[in-house]
Design a protein around this ligand. Sequence first.
Ligand SMILES: [Zn+2]
Length: 333
Amino acid sequence: MSAPEALPLPVEFASAPLIPTEPVGACPVCRAVDFAPFAFGYDYESRTCRNLWRFVRCAACGHVWLDPRPALSTLATIYPPTYYAYNYASQVNPIARRAKEWLDSRKMRRIVASLPRAPGSFLDVGCGDGRFLRVMESRGIPRSRLFGLELDDRVVRPLADAGFQAFCERVEDCSKIPDGAIDLATMFHVIEHVDDPARVCRAVARWLAPGGVFAVETPNLDSLDARLFHRTHWGGYHIPRHWSLFTPASLQRLLADAGLTPFAVRFQTGHSFWMFSFHHWLRYEGRPMPRLARAFNPLRGLPMLAAFTALDIVRATLGARTSAMLVLARKPA
Ligand SMILES: [Zn+2]
Protein backbone atom coordinates (compact mmCIF):
# COMPACT_ATOMS: atom_id res chain seq x y z
CA MET A 1 0.00 0.00 0.00
CA SER A 2 1.44 3.38 -1.01
CA ALA A 3 0.44 6.85 0.16
CA PRO A 4 -3.24 6.98 -0.75
CA GLU A 5 -4.39 9.48 -3.37
CA ALA A 6 -7.84 8.45 -2.10
CA LEU A 7 -7.23 10.39 1.12
CA PRO A 8 -7.22 14.05 0.08
CA LEU A 9 -7.00 16.65 2.85
CA PRO A 10 -10.56 17.38 4.08
CA VAL A 11 -11.36 21.08 3.54
CA GLU A 12 -11.77 21.72 7.28
CA PHE A 13 -8.03 21.08 7.74
CA ALA A 14 -6.89 23.79 5.30
CA SER A 15 -6.03 26.33 8.01
CA ALA A 16 -4.43 23.79 10.38
CA PRO A 17 -0.60 23.90 10.58
CA LEU A 18 1.77 21.40 9.02
CA ILE A 19 3.83 20.30 12.04
CA PRO A 20 7.44 19.00 12.23
CA THR A 21 7.87 15.22 12.42
CA GLU A 22 10.63 12.78 13.29
CA PRO A 23 11.25 9.29 11.93
CA VAL A 24 11.09 6.27 14.26
CA GLY A 25 12.74 3.75 11.92
CA ALA A 26 12.65 0.61 14.09
CA CYS A 27 9.94 -1.47 15.75
CA PRO A 28 9.35 -0.24 19.33
CA VAL A 29 8.67 -3.84 20.45
CA CYS A 30 11.33 -5.99 18.71
CA ARG A 31 13.67 -3.34 17.18
CA ALA A 32 13.38 -4.87 13.66
CA VAL A 33 13.76 -2.35 10.84
CA ASP A 34 11.67 -4.16 8.22
CA PHE A 35 8.17 -2.66 8.05
CA ALA A 36 5.43 -1.73 5.56
CA PRO A 37 2.63 0.88 5.49
CA PHE A 38 -0.47 -0.21 7.44
CA ALA A 39 -2.90 2.75 7.43
CA PHE A 40 -3.02 6.50 6.77
CA GLY A 41 -5.11 9.30 8.23
CA TYR A 42 -5.54 12.80 9.60
CA ASP A 43 -6.22 14.16 13.09
CA TYR A 44 -9.96 13.57 12.57
CA GLU A 45 -10.72 14.06 16.24
CA SER A 46 -9.09 17.40 17.04
CA ARG A 47 -7.82 18.77 13.67
CA THR A 48 -4.65 20.09 15.38
CA CYS A 49 -2.55 19.73 12.19
CA ARG A 50 -2.97 18.95 8.50
CA ASN A 51 -0.22 16.34 8.16
CA LEU A 52 -1.21 13.04 6.52
CA TRP A 53 -0.01 10.45 9.09
CA ARG A 54 1.08 6.88 8.44
CA PHE A 55 1.01 3.75 10.60
CA VAL A 56 3.47 1.00 9.69
CA ARG A 57 3.52 -2.68 10.59
CA CYS A 58 6.59 -4.65 11.67
CA ALA A 59 7.37 -7.55 9.32
CA ALA A 60 8.96 -9.50 12.20
CA CYS A 61 6.48 -9.20 15.12
CA GLY A 62 3.38 -7.54 13.64
CA HIS A 63 3.48 -4.50 15.91
CA VAL A 64 2.01 -1.27 14.44
CA TRP A 65 3.37 2.20 15.11
CA LEU A 66 3.11 5.77 13.80
CA ASP A 67 6.12 6.56 11.62
CA PRO A 68 7.10 9.35 11.21
CA ARG A 69 5.49 10.79 14.32
CA PRO A 70 5.09 14.32 15.70
CA ALA A 71 8.38 15.93 16.82
CA LEU A 72 8.56 16.29 20.61
CA SER A 73 8.51 20.07 20.12
CA THR A 74 4.91 19.79 18.86
CA LEU A 75 3.35 18.11 21.91
CA ALA A 76 1.64 21.33 23.01
CA THR A 77 0.05 21.50 19.53
CA ILE A 78 -1.25 17.94 19.35
CA TYR A 79 -2.37 17.99 23.02
CA PRO A 80 -4.06 21.41 23.15
CA PRO A 81 -5.41 22.71 26.50
CA THR A 82 -8.89 21.73 25.27
CA TYR A 83 -7.82 18.06 24.91
CA TYR A 84 -10.74 16.22 26.49
CA ALA A 85 -8.72 13.89 28.71
CA TYR A 86 -7.71 16.98 30.70
CA ASN A 87 -11.30 18.20 31.06
CA TYR A 88 -13.26 14.99 31.00
CA ALA A 89 -15.41 15.65 34.04
CA SER A 90 -16.45 19.11 32.86
CA GLN A 91 -17.25 18.09 29.27
CA VAL A 92 -19.10 14.85 29.54
CA ASN A 93 -22.76 14.33 30.40
CA PRO A 94 -23.28 13.62 34.16
CA ILE A 95 -25.11 10.36 33.44
CA ALA A 96 -22.24 9.19 31.24
CA ARG A 97 -19.81 10.17 34.00
CA ARG A 98 -21.72 8.07 36.54
CA ALA A 99 -21.71 5.11 34.15
CA LYS A 100 -17.99 5.50 33.64
CA GLU A 101 -17.39 5.59 37.40
CA TRP A 102 -19.36 2.37 37.71
CA LEU A 103 -17.34 0.71 34.91
CA ASP A 104 -14.09 1.97 36.46
CA SER A 105 -14.82 0.58 39.93
CA ARG A 106 -15.93 -2.74 38.39
CA LYS A 107 -12.65 -2.85 36.46
CA MET A 108 -10.55 -2.23 39.60
CA ARG A 109 -12.52 -4.78 41.63
CA ARG A 110 -11.75 -7.43 39.03
CA ILE A 111 -8.07 -6.50 38.84
CA VAL A 112 -7.68 -6.64 42.62
CA ALA A 113 -9.45 -10.01 42.64
CA SER A 114 -6.65 -11.41 40.44
CA LEU A 115 -4.00 -10.68 43.10
CA PRO A 116 -3.12 -13.40 45.64
CA ARG A 117 -3.77 -10.95 48.53
CA ALA A 118 -5.00 -7.38 48.98
CA PRO A 119 -2.35 -4.95 47.67
CA GLY A 120 -0.53 -2.80 50.24
CA SER A 121 0.73 -0.29 47.69
CA PHE A 122 -0.53 1.01 44.35
CA LEU A 123 0.80 3.00 41.42
CA ASP A 124 -1.32 4.53 38.64
CA VAL A 125 0.71 5.72 35.66
CA GLY A 126 -1.29 8.53 34.06
CA CYS A 127 -3.32 9.05 37.24
CA GLY A 128 -5.22 12.12 35.98
CA ASP A 129 -7.20 13.70 38.82
CA GLY A 130 -6.46 10.66 41.00
CA ARG A 131 -9.75 8.82 40.69
CA PHE A 132 -8.12 5.37 40.84
CA LEU A 133 -5.90 6.48 43.75
CA ARG A 134 -9.12 7.30 45.63
CA VAL A 135 -10.69 3.98 44.65
CA MET A 136 -7.68 2.17 46.18
CA GLU A 137 -7.72 4.44 49.22
CA SER A 138 -11.31 3.31 49.80
CA ARG A 139 -9.93 -0.26 49.74
CA GLY A 140 -7.65 0.53 52.68
CA ILE A 141 -4.30 1.64 51.22
CA PRO A 142 -2.89 4.75 53.02
CA ARG A 143 -2.04 7.81 50.91
CA SER A 144 1.66 7.35 51.75
CA ARG A 145 1.52 4.08 49.72
CA LEU A 146 -0.58 5.43 46.82
CA PHE A 147 1.63 6.60 43.92
CA GLY A 148 0.54 8.48 40.82
CA LEU A 149 2.39 9.85 37.80
CA GLU A 150 0.83 12.48 35.56
CA LEU A 151 2.22 15.08 33.17
CA ASP A 152 -0.19 17.88 34.07
CA ASP A 153 1.00 19.82 37.13
CA ARG A 154 -2.45 21.39 37.62
CA VAL A 155 -3.84 17.99 38.65
CA VAL A 156 -0.67 16.67 40.36
CA ARG A 157 -0.25 19.52 42.84
CA PRO A 158 -3.64 19.12 44.62
CA LEU A 159 -3.02 15.35 44.91
CA ALA A 160 0.46 15.87 46.36
CA ASP A 161 -0.91 18.53 48.75
CA ALA A 162 -3.52 16.00 49.89
CA GLY A 163 -0.79 13.50 50.83
CA PHE A 164 -0.80 11.21 47.82
CA GLN A 165 2.62 10.27 46.34
CA ALA A 166 1.83 12.11 43.11
CA PHE A 167 4.59 13.32 40.82
CA CYS A 168 4.63 15.35 37.63
CA GLU A 169 7.15 13.20 35.78
CA ARG A 170 7.48 10.87 32.82
CA VAL A 171 7.88 7.19 33.76
CA GLU A 172 11.21 7.11 31.95
CA ASP A 173 12.66 9.96 34.07
CA CYS A 174 11.03 9.21 37.42
CA SER A 175 13.32 8.46 40.37
CA LYS A 176 10.76 9.02 43.14
CA ILE A 177 9.36 5.50 43.28
CA PRO A 178 11.44 2.94 45.22
CA ASP A 179 12.39 -0.28 43.42
CA GLY A 180 10.44 -3.36 44.46
CA ALA A 181 7.82 -1.33 46.34
CA ILE A 182 4.60 -1.64 44.33
CA ASP A 183 2.09 -4.48 44.73
CA LEU A 184 -0.22 -3.30 41.95
CA ALA A 185 0.56 -0.93 39.06
CA THR A 186 -2.03 0.18 36.50
CA MET A 187 -1.64 2.02 33.22
CA PHE A 188 -4.94 2.74 31.51
CA HIS A 189 -4.68 4.09 27.95
CA VAL A 190 -1.14 5.44 28.33
CA ILE A 191 1.22 2.89 26.73
CA GLU A 192 -0.06 3.76 23.23
CA HIS A 193 1.00 7.40 23.75
CA VAL A 194 4.63 6.94 24.88
CA ASP A 195 7.71 7.11 22.66
CA ASP A 196 9.44 4.01 24.08
CA PRO A 197 6.89 1.51 25.46
CA ALA A 198 9.60 -1.11 26.15
CA ARG A 199 11.47 1.30 28.42
CA VAL A 200 8.25 2.23 30.23
CA CYS A 201 7.49 -1.45 30.92
CA ARG A 202 11.02 -2.08 32.20
CA ALA A 203 10.69 0.85 34.63
CA VAL A 204 7.34 -0.39 35.99
CA ALA A 205 8.76 -3.93 36.26
CA ARG A 206 11.60 -2.56 38.40
CA TRP A 207 9.15 -0.77 40.73
CA LEU A 208 7.00 -3.88 41.24
CA ALA A 209 7.49 -6.02 44.32
CA PRO A 210 8.14 -9.74 43.67
CA GLY A 211 4.73 -11.23 42.84
CA GLY A 212 3.38 -7.73 42.07
CA VAL A 213 0.94 -7.24 39.20
CA PHE A 214 1.00 -4.80 36.30
CA ALA A 215 -2.36 -4.13 34.56
CA VAL A 216 -2.16 -2.41 31.17
CA GLU A 217 -5.19 -1.26 29.19
CA THR A 218 -4.82 -0.14 25.57
CA PRO A 219 -6.65 -0.27 22.21
CA ASN A 220 -6.78 -3.73 20.64
CA LEU A 221 -5.96 -3.83 16.94
CA ASP A 222 -7.26 -7.39 16.76
CA SER A 223 -10.93 -6.35 16.99
CA LEU A 224 -14.00 -6.02 14.78
CA ASP A 225 -14.14 -2.21 14.68
CA ALA A 226 -10.38 -1.99 13.98
CA ARG A 227 -10.91 -4.29 10.98
CA LEU A 228 -14.05 -2.53 9.71
CA PHE A 229 -12.44 0.93 9.85
CA HIS A 230 -8.87 -0.24 9.11
CA ARG A 231 -8.25 2.05 6.12
CA THR A 232 -8.30 5.37 7.99
CA HIS A 233 -11.22 6.09 10.33
CA TRP A 234 -10.76 3.69 13.28
CA GLY A 235 -11.26 5.60 16.54
CA GLY A 236 -8.44 3.63 18.17
CA TYR A 237 -5.90 5.26 15.84
CA HIS A 238 -6.40 8.61 17.62
CA ILE A 239 -4.05 10.12 15.03
CA PRO A 240 -1.44 11.50 15.71
CA ARG A 241 -1.51 10.92 19.49
CA HIS A 242 -1.40 7.12 19.48
CA TRP A 243 2.17 6.11 18.62
CA SER A 244 1.87 2.34 19.19
CA LEU A 245 -1.03 -0.02 18.46
CA PHE A 246 -0.98 -3.44 20.10
CA THR A 247 -2.65 -6.81 19.73
CA PRO A 248 -2.93 -9.20 22.70
CA ALA A 249 0.13 -11.02 21.28
CA SER A 250 2.38 -7.97 20.83
CA LEU A 251 1.49 -6.50 24.22
CA GLN A 252 2.18 -9.79 25.99
CA ARG A 253 5.51 -10.00 24.21
CA LEU A 254 6.42 -6.47 25.32
CA LEU A 255 5.62 -7.35 28.95
CA ALA A 256 7.53 -10.63 28.75
CA ASP A 257 10.55 -8.82 27.32
CA ALA A 258 10.43 -6.56 30.42
CA GLY A 259 10.76 -9.64 32.64
CA LEU A 260 7.07 -10.01 33.55
CA THR A 261 4.79 -13.03 33.11
CA PRO A 262 1.48 -12.20 31.38
CA PHE A 263 -1.33 -14.28 32.89
CA ALA A 264 -4.63 -12.83 31.69
CA VAL A 265 -6.15 -10.89 28.78
CA ARG A 266 -9.56 -9.31 29.38
CA PHE A 267 -11.74 -7.32 27.03
CA GLN A 268 -13.33 -4.09 28.21
CA THR A 269 -15.90 -1.93 26.43
CA GLY A 270 -14.45 -0.13 23.40
CA HIS A 271 -17.49 2.15 23.04
CA SER A 272 -15.52 5.34 22.35
CA PHE A 273 -13.50 3.65 19.57
CA TRP A 274 -16.73 2.42 17.93
CA MET A 275 -18.25 5.89 18.22
CA PHE A 276 -15.27 7.83 16.95
CA SER A 277 -14.97 5.37 14.03
CA PHE A 278 -18.54 6.10 12.93
CA HIS A 279 -18.10 9.78 13.71
CA HIS A 280 -14.98 10.11 11.50
CA TRP A 281 -16.54 8.04 8.71
CA LEU A 282 -19.75 10.11 8.64
CA ARG A 283 -17.88 13.38 9.05
CA TYR A 284 -15.15 12.94 6.44
CA GLU A 285 -16.00 10.15 3.99
CA GLY A 286 -17.73 10.96 0.69
CA ARG A 287 -20.47 13.53 1.29
CA PRO A 288 -19.83 14.71 4.88
CA MET A 289 -22.72 14.51 7.34
CA PRO A 290 -21.47 16.56 10.29
CA ARG A 291 -24.86 16.77 12.05
CA LEU A 292 -25.39 13.03 11.98
CA ALA A 293 -21.74 12.52 12.94
CA ARG A 294 -22.28 14.57 16.09
CA ALA A 295 -24.62 11.90 17.47
CA PHE A 296 -21.59 9.58 17.50
CA ASN A 297 -19.28 11.91 19.43
CA PRO A 298 -18.70 10.07 22.75
CA LEU A 299 -18.74 13.41 24.60
CA ARG A 300 -22.19 14.34 23.25
CA GLY A 301 -24.23 11.44 21.94
CA LEU A 302 -25.57 9.84 25.13
CA PRO A 303 -28.02 7.37 23.47
CA MET A 304 -25.26 6.08 21.20
CA LEU A 305 -22.84 5.92 24.14
CA ALA A 306 -25.28 3.72 26.04
CA ALA A 307 -25.94 1.57 22.97
CA PHE A 308 -22.26 0.92 22.16
CA THR A 309 -21.37 0.31 25.82
CA ALA A 310 -24.15 -2.26 26.06
CA LEU A 311 -23.09 -3.80 22.74
CA ASP A 312 -19.51 -4.32 23.94
CA ILE A 313 -20.53 -5.59 27.38
CA VAL A 314 -22.60 -8.26 25.61
CA ARG A 315 -19.84 -8.99 23.08
CA ALA A 316 -17.15 -9.30 25.78
CA THR A 317 -19.45 -11.56 27.85
CA LEU A 318 -19.89 -13.79 24.81
CA GLY A 319 -16.11 -14.03 24.37
CA ALA A 320 -15.54 -11.49 21.58
CA ARG A 321 -12.29 -9.56 21.44
CA THR A 322 -13.37 -5.94 21.86
CA SER A 323 -11.20 -2.97 20.90
CA ALA A 324 -10.12 -2.21 24.50
CA MET A 325 -7.99 -4.90 26.12
CA LEU A 326 -6.62 -5.25 29.62
CA VAL A 327 -3.51 -7.41 29.98
CA LEU A 328 -2.31 -8.54 33.41
CA ALA A 329 1.29 -9.55 34.05
CA ARG A 330 3.06 -10.67 37.22
CA LYS A 331 6.62 -10.07 38.36
CA PRO A 332 8.17 -13.45 39.20
CA ALA A 333 8.44 -13.99 42.95
ZN1 LIG B 1 8.59 -5.86 15.70
